[in-house]
Ligand binder design. Structure first.
Ligand code: UTP
Length: 413
């Protein structure tokens, strides 16, 4: 009894005592159990992050542009050489694919995991998970293999994701080659640093960001499973790109030929203002700088040929050696804070529905894993072949734009 009271008072969370008082015996037990599991030291550190000025912090780094290879501007013999290097690995069964599907998809506003969103493509609508399964089935045929497919879910959406796959018979993908694993979560905090409680007397948590994939792959036994299966290279991609190429042999060949442990696909920014993160060097190490942190002057800088110096967008299309994944999984990636809307139960038992952002959410970013390496390979692809994101409900990067890109790419199949 004393423990949790002291704990809450000491950590500036005494408002939770009111919830504990008004809860039924079983809810009380549950809530106290959750309080006791919270790492308050970490919560206090996270709250500090929200108060920091990122733009100011960025100014303390040396940001430089970085080199990349254009997939379609290399000599033909080099292109062929890279592709055959990559193909050999895939054919030997040393390649696996991971889909990150633990996000909340708040901007899209779909009810359910984002992968269960039905995209109205031709000739028949397909779920986002189905598009991925189809892409992998196609690669399996082409390279005469069966790729092991790992799917990262969150505490929130794991059950509904697994049920969805079962209901749809795994979209014809060999079930024994699919493995689901869960990422972690972190509490949401109010602008005053307070924990939220929902109507079922649970402390509100949210997924801890796609950068936590490295740690989750280690903790959930995925890296061990891959090693047991002889996998040497792992592609990690997002669930919400209808044109994601998960088996680009040129990307894999480039990493091997450049002797790098990470390779990443980019597409050129549509314009300097496009809201995407771009590849750069941060204090000499490979990094991605968020559009919010790149000063406009730098975003508009061009080289002598008129190309943007910071124009290679990171499109969540990343490839790693198993050793690279192990190395990053041992690191503590930084958390970033984002303003989000969070509904919650007020202390009088009524529900507060947020119309504007009222909460801090903490996430690690996948690209923060890059800076543990001296170099990574960057391959510039083409938007019309590689990138049809579904982020928003309307206007940009939305189902309508993705449908057009998908249909154009698959025309005539
Ligand atoms: P986004 O960063 O675009 O986030 O995810 P989101 O959750 O899909 O959408 P919003 O921001 O709430 O609108 C890019 C990819 O990273 C995955 C997503 O599922 C998507 O494939 N992701 C994101 C995770 O797997 N876990 C996370 O915690 C966050």
């Amino acid at each position: 009894m004393e423990n949790y009271v002291e704990l809450l008072k000491k950590n500036n969370q005494s408002h939770l005592l009111k919830y504990i008082e008004m809860a039924s015996e079983s809810d009380k037990k549950k809530l106290i159990g959750q309080v006791e599991k919270i790492d308050f030291e970490q919560i206090n550190e996270l709250y500090e992050i929200s108060k920091k000025d990122n733009k100011k912090i960025m100014k303390s780094y040396i940001i430089e542009h970085t080199k990349f290879t254009d997939k379609y501007k290399m000599p033909e013999d080099k292109f062929e050489e890279l592709n055959s290097l990559g193909e050999e690995i895939i054919r030997k069964g040393q390649y696996a694919v991971v889909t990150m599907a633990g996000g909340q998809g708040t901007r899209l506003g779909h009810n359910g995991p984002k992968g269960t969103f039905l995209l109205n493509v031709s000739p028949k609508p397909k779920y986002l998970f189905e598009i991925i399964a189809d892409g992998l089935n196609k690669a399996n045929k082409k390279y005469n293999t069966v790729l092991n497919w790992y799917i990262m879910t969150s505490v929130e959406n794991n059950e509904s994701t697994v049920n969805f796959f079962e209901e749809h018979n795994f979209f014809g993908y060999p079930k024994e080659n699919i493995m689901f694993f869960k990422q972690g979560s972190l509490p949401l905090l109010s602008e005053e640093g307070k924990l939220f409680v929902d109507e079922e007397f649970n402390i509100k948590f949210a997924a801890d960001g796609n950068g936590c994939i490295y740690k989750s792959m280690k903790n959930e036994g995925i890296l061990d499973d891959m090693k047991k299966k002889g996998i040497k290279w792992v592609f990690i991609g997002a669930v919400d790109n209808a044109l994601l190429n998960m088996s680009d042999t040129c990307l894999l060949g480039l990493a091997i030929s450049e002797n790098n442990e990470i390779a990443s696909k980019s597409v050129v920014k549509i314009n300097p203002q496009e809201k995407v993160g771009v590849f750069c060097k941060k204090n000499s190490a490979p990094a991605v700088i968020e559009y919010t942190e790149l000063p406009l002057g730098m975003a508009e800088e061009t080289d002598e040929e008129g190309e943007l110096l910071f124009g290679e967008s990171h499109i969540m299309c990343n490839l790693y050696s198993i050793g690279a994944l192990e190395k990053i999984s041992e690191q503590e990636l930084p958390y970033h804070s984002a303003n989000k809307k969070a509904s919650y139960m007020k202390e009088d038992g009524t529900i507060f529905k947020a119309e504007i952002p009222n909460a801090y959410k903490y996430e690690a970013f996948i690209f923060d894993g890059f800076n543990y390496f001296d170099n990574i390979s960057i391959l510039r692809g083409r938007r019309e072949e590689d990138f049809a994101p579904i982020k928003n409900a309307t206007e940009v990067d939305c189902p309508e734009t993705a449908i057009k890109l998908y249909n154009d790419f698959h025309k005539g199949e």
